[in-house]
Design a protein around this ligand. Structure first.
Ligand code: K7E
Ligand code: CUA
Ligand code: CA
Length: 608
């Protein structure tokens, strides 16, 4: 009897184990098969190109990051509000790039929202605009070169946060002041605090006019038909503490009637503050409509068809759906906890990031508007705490409906630990089917807030191979040294694998300006100009001319050399700045002798 029982127990335990084993092994096999198919979805073979450029804002890195999608390969960082030694961008106080940045504010920035230019509702691959939240600036990046083309400081703004292009024309980019202050008198009395939404000429970045608000303006999205632009406001309380900013159950979406604002401008209905025309809504009825929505709303996203503007509730588990023409709230579907930003596919679905739930929720806009309780389509867990989410094409009228990025604030446990601070993390989600599916994750430097995707087919052929010849370019054979008292201008060329001239002379304390043109005519043949012990490093791309000014140091020899590995003679690509005693006469010859001594007497005898 005892044996029988024992046998039965052993048998049943074995059975349970066998059952478990076969269950988990089929599960493992399934997971492995899924991993293989996910890997295939994002695999782009070496030498093959990705389908999309994803341009991620760099947050407090002050730059943008360019990734290929679907491979998630990091391709380039474009420094905008930050010097970067590797690119020679702006890190020499006497360079044009440095001056452009320095003249508009500090040498760092906080980039949140990359905005692509559009023509006829589609991305046209011309410009990218981005904000600097910390220092009230906006930059324009030329997508032909991926270089900053302009930076402007926006008067009367603190916390330049949300930014969008006024559609469909992209005549303006407008930027939201998130941080309230007294723009008129500099008073610290909070009852005098306001903020503004500033409209900049999208070409020159000149501030054309501003609309004043009581409270703040946070995230921006333009209607599609040239009438209203929208901004969320979380501090309608105009409070000065976080408790105060959550007192009301409802804040607002601000709608600005742009043609009416332009008319007010033409009619002179504005005040000038810091020489900018500022429209006060009380003087121009209808220019600003405040649409009440719950509670401390954040994301502001106009649907691709232009019918609705969605305000993500943040402290409310809802997204408010507002008719973009009547400005009436038509529905407030519940989507989950901590809704921050919403993006779109081409099939009428919205995808909202849920910061607290650590999810992306997919929901159907029409069903939500009609009150159909089945509007939630799917949810997927992300790792962890997403801020923005962005699907390919979603800010245009023509979303693609294939890929979506979740831009996650936390990445605990996702990557090799690298100290108390972990990288930000993005997850790539396949949204082409009914169910969302996370297929890849990749880390990035802090802190991407937002991203935009632009198709390779739109942009790749537009990207310049080389710089167009600039009027100031120095031509091969026309190099020269021009001396004027204590000022020395060196007009230099570089081409594989030589600087011309390979030497120039100065006295200690002379002001030296090097104008350097890269004479290469093929893409990818960048040369650098780094000068020992003078803090100078400039990257010069093919066809480009850079200018840098510095003060010659103490008497001695200082080599300059090429910092970009360009040829087998890259290391030999160098030259000397000779700083000579004040009483020595200087030579302006650009053809120095090639050897220190007579040939044959320089190296060890065995070399000969
Ligand atoms: Cu949500 Cu600056 Cu776009 Cu960050 S803001 S997440
Ligand atoms: Cu030129 Cu290295
Ligand atoms: Ca509030």
């Amino acid at each position: 009897m005892k044996n029988l029982i024992q046998t039965a127990i052993v048998a049943s335990v074995a059975g349970i184990l066998a059952g478990c084993y076969s269950d988990s092994s089929s599960k493992t096999e399934k997971n492995e098969a899924q991993s293989v198919s996910d890997a295939q979805r994002v695999y782009v073979a070496p030498g093959k190109l990705d389908d999309y450029y994803a341009i991620l804002s760099g947050g407090q890195s002050g730059s943008v990051f360019v990734y290929g999608i679907p491979s998630c390969r990091f391709i380039k960082e474009v420094p905008i509000f930050e010097p970067r030694a590797n690119l020679g961008y702006a890190n020499n106080s006497g360079s044009d790039t440095y001056k452009r940045l320095h003249d508009t504010g500090p040498m760092w920035g906080d980039t949140h929202h990359p905005v692509l230019s559009q023509t006829d509702g589609r991305y046209d691959g011309r410009w990218l605009w981005i904000n600097d939240k910390a220092n009230g600036r906006v930059a324009k990046i030329d997508l032909h070169t991926f270089e900053t083309a302009a930076i402007a400081h926006v008067p009367n703004i603190q916390g330049a946060h949300g930014i969008a292009a006024y559609l469909p024309s992209c005549k303006y980019v407008y930027v939201n002041g998130e941080l309230e202050h007294d723009l008129e008198g500099g008073s610290t009395d909070p009852s005098r605090y306001h903020s503004v939404i500033a409209f900049l000429d999208s070409g020159t970045l000149e501030t054309k006019f501003e609309v004043m608000l009581t409270g703040n303006a946070d995230i921006a999205s333009s209607g599609k038909d040239g009438r209203y632009v929208f901004s969320t406001m979380y501090n309608s309380e105009n409070a000065i503490t976080s408790e105060g900013m959550i007192e009301r159950d409802r804040d607002a979406v601000a709608a600005i009637d742009v043609p009416l604002a332009e008319k007010a401008l033409a009619d002179g209905k504005f005040s000038r503050i810091k020489n900018i025309p500022v429209i006060k809504p009380e003087d121009v009825p209808g220019v600003l409509t405040l649409i009440p929505v719950p509670k401390n709303p954040h994301g502001c996203n106009v649907t691709p068809d232009g019918k609705y503007v969605l305000a993500s509730g943040k402290l409310s588990p809802t997204v408010s759906i507002i008719d973009a023409h009547t400005l009436k709230v038509v529905a407030e579907p519940e989507v989950g906890l901590g809704p921050l930003h919403t993006t779109f596919d081409n099939r009428g679905n919205a995808y909202t990031s849920l910061f607290i739930d650590s999810q992306i929720v997919k929901w159907n806009i029409d069903k939500a508007v009609k009150g159909d309780p089945t509007y939630i389509v799917d949810r997927v867990d992300v790792h962890y705490n997403p801020g923005h989410t962005k699907a390919a094409g979603a800010d245009s009228s023509d979303p693609s409906g294939d890929w979506l990025l979740s831009l996650n604030k936390m990445s605990k446990g996702m990557y090799l630990p690298v100290g108390p601070a972990m990288p930000e993390s993005q997850e790539l989600i396949d949204i082409s089917g009914d169910k969302m599916h996370v297929v890849a994750a990749f880390p990035s430097m802090p802190e991407p807030h937002d991203a935009v995707f632009i198709s390779r087919t739109v942009l790749a052929d537009k990207v310049a191979q080389t710089y167009d010849p600039q009027p100031a370019a120095i031509k091969l054979g026309e190099e020269k040294i021009v001396r004027n008292g204590t000022k020395v201008d060196v007009y230099m060329t570089c081409i594989r694998s030589k600087f011309v001239p390979e030497q120039f002379e100065a006295h200690p304390g002379d002001q030296v300006t090097v104008h350097i043109s890269n004479a290469e005519t093929v893409r990818n043949m960048t040369h650098g100009f780094a000068l020992a012990d003078h803090g100078i490093n400039i990257a010069v791309d093919p066809g480009q001319t850079q200018v840098v000014t510095f003060t010659a140091g103490a008497q001695g020899t200082y080599w300059y050399y090429c910092t970009w590995f360009c040829s087998a003679l890259h290391l030999e690509m160098r030259g000397r700045m000779l700083v000579k005693a004040p009483n020595e006469t200087l030579s302006d010859s650009i053809n120095p002798p090639t050897q220190a001594k007579a040939p044959g007497t320089t190296g060890p005898a065995s070399y000969e």
